[in-house]
Design a protein around this ligand. Structure first.
Ligand SMILES: Cc1cc2nc3c(=O)[nH]c(=O)nc-3n(C[C@H](O)[C@H](O)[C@H](O)COP(=O)(O)OP(=O)(O)OC[C@H]3O[C@@H](n4cnc5c(N)ncnc54)[C@H](O)[C@@H]3O)c2cc1C
Length: 500
């Protein structure tokens, strides 16, 4: 075997997945067909749950230092009022404006620190599964090579070769509208406010560049396969907002559409999919890259446990069971948002659609409405299905990053997750301190006793919690009798961290 896991694609999803596998001591190789990392950036932001993931691995400082935070994000770009993330229960109640190229550079840096090899200029061109592994034929600068690995993960974007080679369907809906994006060096920003008022999305990037995203009613039916010319971009800007905003030569121009697809399965034998290889949609709500990072975090520890031979039965299949519904919610949710973008641009519905958007804007003033939609877009409300019928209602939910007082001093939940192991958290209440129960689990779960639960309303009465490496709650109990507690805990540890 050449490597434990071959990750195809060094985009954000593949890089974070490689970090997670390497953290769990799995030999990991990443290949990417591009000789160099992308210079241009499609995505420009990280949402709160993605920042929390970085925090769990001690990376939030690097990411926050590289970008700029804003208090919220737009639900559908045709609504005027942005979602307010400050209402959410998180230490990171903001969106981080950070160009995708920077996100990828930070993740690649971390992957290298963890010993991951990244081979650029290497394209996966054929793939064959056999009983004990996968053979992938890779075309590289030195000619074709075959890489044998226990598993392959396709993180190779929307046109995923891996998905096709594994015979996984990609059903969905076809493109009905497109938009154009362009990055320009702009000396005078006086026109930007007017452009924004007219529905152009304007973002200041690094190195003096400004991004404009234009949805020109006369051009939204042009297929995304048709290249954008600087002249087209300029005349669309003038048509939409009455000025060309002083743009010069473009650094990057692209046209993108609302084709929406979701892989039928996230796993076929020893081949798995994550990120855009598994789901694509219009970038409204800015969820694509963020969802890919969250796929990677869910898959990493499960695949590592499988490769290392201690995964409880069925663990790897919970990746599809947990993440496919999230992919479904994101793709249907972005279709709904896209309709709110598309209708005001179509002659027939423009007028009522504008009224609908105004109405929705008034609804966003209601705190609960804001919290509900912000929870969805930020991915803080993601709950995985319970694994047992009698599971505590906390099971599957995201563990809040509460402050804790332990024998070693003050800490918080996300700090305890740095090494990617389970955390078995005793929440005091008079029990004697414990360490992580069974011999098999003690290496995979860290036992921590804390005094109190930071007064978090969801944790009242909870005596112990088993937190998964991805920050979701595996198991929780409210038992206080030491014998019940011991039996429950031992059962949970065996179910989650393996019997051997
Ligand atoms: C205009 C625009 C704006 C966007 N804005 C946002 C935003 O603000 N927030 C957000 O969350 N998302 C946004 N997105 C979506 C986001 O860019 C994608 O969801 C994200 O790039 C997906 O990451 P990934 O790692 O899954 O795939 P990719 O970034 O597509 O990476 C796939 C990698 O695989 C490599 N590859 C492909 N085939 C092979 C092969 N056969 N062998 C080896 N390597 C291969 C490619 O070279 C590439 O590097 C936006 C998208 C667009 C178009």
């Amino acid at each position: 075997m050449d490597t434990g896991v071959l990750v195809v694609g060094a985009g954000p999803t593949g890089l974070l997945l490689a970090c997670e596998l390497a953290l769990a001591s799995v030999r990991t190789l990443v290949i990417d067909k591009r000789p160099k990392p992308h210079r241009e950036s499609r995505a420009l932001n990280l949402h709160p749950r993605s920042i929390e993931l970085m925090d769990m691995r001690g990376l939030a400082g690097r990411f926050l230092a590289a970008g700029r935070t804003v208090p919220g994000w737009q639900f559908a770009v045709s609504l005027k009022r942005p979602l307010d993330f400050t209402a959410l229960d998180t230490r990171h109640p903001y969106a981080l404006l950070l160009a995708q190229a920077r996100t990828e550079a930070l993740l690649a840096e971390r992957a290298r620190e963890l010993g991951v090899e990244i081979r650029r200029g290497h394209e996966a061109v054929a793939l064959r599964q056999y009983a004990g592994g996968v053979e992938t034929e890779v075309s590289g600068p030195g000619g074709p090579v075959v890489i044998r690995s226990a598993y392959v993960v396709g993180c190779d974007g929307g046109r995923s070769f891996v998905r096709q080679a594994a015979g996984i369907g990609f059903p969905g809906t076809r493109e009905t509208m497109t938009a154009v994006v362009g990055d320009f060096a702009v000396a005078d920003h006086a026109h930007n406010e007017r452009a924004r008022r007219n529905g152009v999305l304007v973002s200041r990037l690094e190195a003096g560049l400004t991004r404009y995203v234009v949805m020109d009613p006369r051009r939204i039916r042009v297929p995304s396969t048709e290249p954008v010319t600087p002249e087209e971009f300029r005349s669309s800007l003038v048509r939409v907002c009455g000025s060309d905003c002083g743009i010069g030569d473009p650094r990057w121009l692209s046209r993108f559409g609302n084709t929406t697809r979701l892989a039928a399965r996230y796993r076929s034998g020893r081949v798995l999919l994550a990120g855009d290889a598994a789901h694509i949609h219009f970038p409204v709500g800015a969820q694509g890259l963020n969802t890919g990072l969250q796929d990677a975090m869910n898959l990493g520890w499960k695949l590592a446990a499988t490769v290392r031979g201690w995964a409880p039965p069925g663990l790897l299949d919970t990746y599809h069971a947990e993440r496919h519904p999230v992919g479904h919610a994101v793709t249907t949710g972005t279709r709904a948002q896209t309709l709110l973008v598309e209708l005001p641009l179509t002659e027939q519905y423009a007028d009522p659609a504008r009224h609908l958007c105004e109405l929705l804007d008034t609804l966003l003033d209601i705190e609960d409405v804001n919290r509900h939609l912000a929870g969805r877009i930020s991915a803080l409300d993601t709950v995985y299905p319970p694994t047992a019928p009698d599971a505590d209602p906390l099971s599957g939910r995201r563990m809040p990053d509460i402050g804790l007082t332990t024998a070693a001093g003050p800490t918080r939940v996300h700090e305890l997750l740095r090494d990617g192991r389970f955390v078995l958290l005793g929440l005091g209440g008079g029990q004697p301190p414990h360490t992580a129960a069974t011999p098999a689990s003690s290496a995979r779960a860290r036992g921590v006793d804390a005094q109190g639960h930071g007064d978090h309303p969801d944790l009242t009465d909870v005596s112990e919690i088993l937190i998964r490496p991805d920050g979701h709650i595996a198991w929780a109990t409210r038992a206080t009798d030491p014998r019940d507690l011991h039996a429950d805990r031992a059962g949970a540890l065996t179910a989650w961290t393996g019997a051997c």
